[in-house]
Design a protein around this ligand. Sequence first.
Ligand SMILES: [Zn+2]
Length: 257
Amino acid sequence: MIGSLVVGYNNSRAEVPSETVDQVANGAKVLVLNYHQVGTRFNPLTMPIDLFDEQMAYLVNAGYVSITPQELYDGICGVATLPPKPVLITFDDGYIDNFDNAFPILLKYGLKATIFVVPGFTDVNVGYLTWNQLREMEENGITIQSHTLNHRALEELPDDEIRAELLNSKLMLEENLGHPVEFLAYPTGTYNLHIASIARDVGYKAAFTIKYGNVDRGSNVFALERVPIFQQSNTMKAFYERIEYRQSFESFGWIKR
Ligand SMILES: [Zn+2]
């Protein structure tokens, strides 16, 4: 589930100069991919299974090393060193096809990933991951974090309800999964300073948006950038252009705010 999204990238670019790799090699940029569903439905948020497989193979062959949100956090805070080409693979909403379709592919390539789930849906709504599935994935390289309790549009809620959505999802996940839950993806990607301050107050360390970009040490830890991957990028060329977008941004001199 995602709100209005405006993303721009230079889709005329077919070749990416090799210095892109060097920029990543110095640890300055972290690629954070954002998926939703992986399956056969025709929906912009659904990535076809074979293409998802091809994208994961590309990452491995290109030398990307998958990391956890904690590793990302430690890296951008300067308390740990990130691998030369880090990638954080994320999924929002916790669709059941993440278990059925994406998980076997992630296992095949030995890739870590993170799923931001909506625990109010867990074992309640059909089509969403169950607690048993979440636990099985956590034993095999998948990290489960919060996407709020009920996926409501936070900016439309009074403070006590924003707080409940953020805190109760954290507590419910912690109780059922047995580990701290300290990372959040804002539902529909929307956030503001006020929502971010409540997220910090209830105990999150960092939060992810759908603001298009790479994470680096200049990133606001409560407004971390991601690169949304949609079915519209349904060729490997489009995927490649999308994840290497930084070259276009930097060539225009755009600066992170
Ligand atoms: Zn969502």
